[in-house]
Write a protein that binds this ligand. Sequence first.
Ligand SMILES: [Zn+2]
Length: 262
Amino acid sequence: MDDQQIDEAFDFGAMAQVTTVEADRYCEGCGYNLRTQIVRRDARTQVLLCRCPECGRYHSVSDSASVGRVWLSRVSTLALALWIAVLISVFSSWAFGLFGISAVTLDELGRPWWMGGPQSSNIGLYAYTHTRQYWEWVGPMAAASVGLALVGGIILVIVFPHWRRSWYVATAVVVPLLAGAAVWAMVASDQPRPGWNRPSMGTWAYPYVYGHTLLQMLGGLIGVGMGRQLARLTIRILLPPRLRPPLAFLWVADGLPPPSSK
Ligand SMILES: [Zn+2]
């Protein structure tokens, strides 16, 4: 068999497709992330091959076709446990942060507030909706609710690129609901007692509880809707092409081709 015959016999496109590359694997020629590329079996040698669409180089992928083996070799059980611990703390601090924004808003609004002048008041700031001080408190706190929920939504779609869209939406709705339920319970448990000279929170605070919860849902939904697009834009602005391939999952998760490394 001379070289000419070998060339004719080696027709990559005609080989049987076995699977696609399912893990991050980089072209040795140009650094392109080969994830999602077609894997074919060479019938004569039984070697699994894929081809870099950027530079045309062939790669043997027998050792990387399965995600499980990559994970086993890459991440020890300890690192996995650590990752789960990080996820749990990120989730709980997100929920706790959303709860905190609502709770702090109510705490400040309920504080006895003085209009100035000789007459002091035991009524909370909530009663003075016409004042600049009221809006300077309520406005930024509303923005904080949207902002923190938005950041949480963005983190969600980046950290869990494999989730279905409905899971993102459910999480962006349920986490603010849980935080809101906790604040609601706090308000409901504020019952008037003998000797109190202030109205119970139940008489004025519920609209703020619902308002914050709705704003947080809105922020979270915007975050999960735009998160990966924002991440891709940020990467394009901040990272030179050769550093982008490890972040290809942000493209693949939305069915886009991995970013070029050139
Ligand atoms: Zn290449």
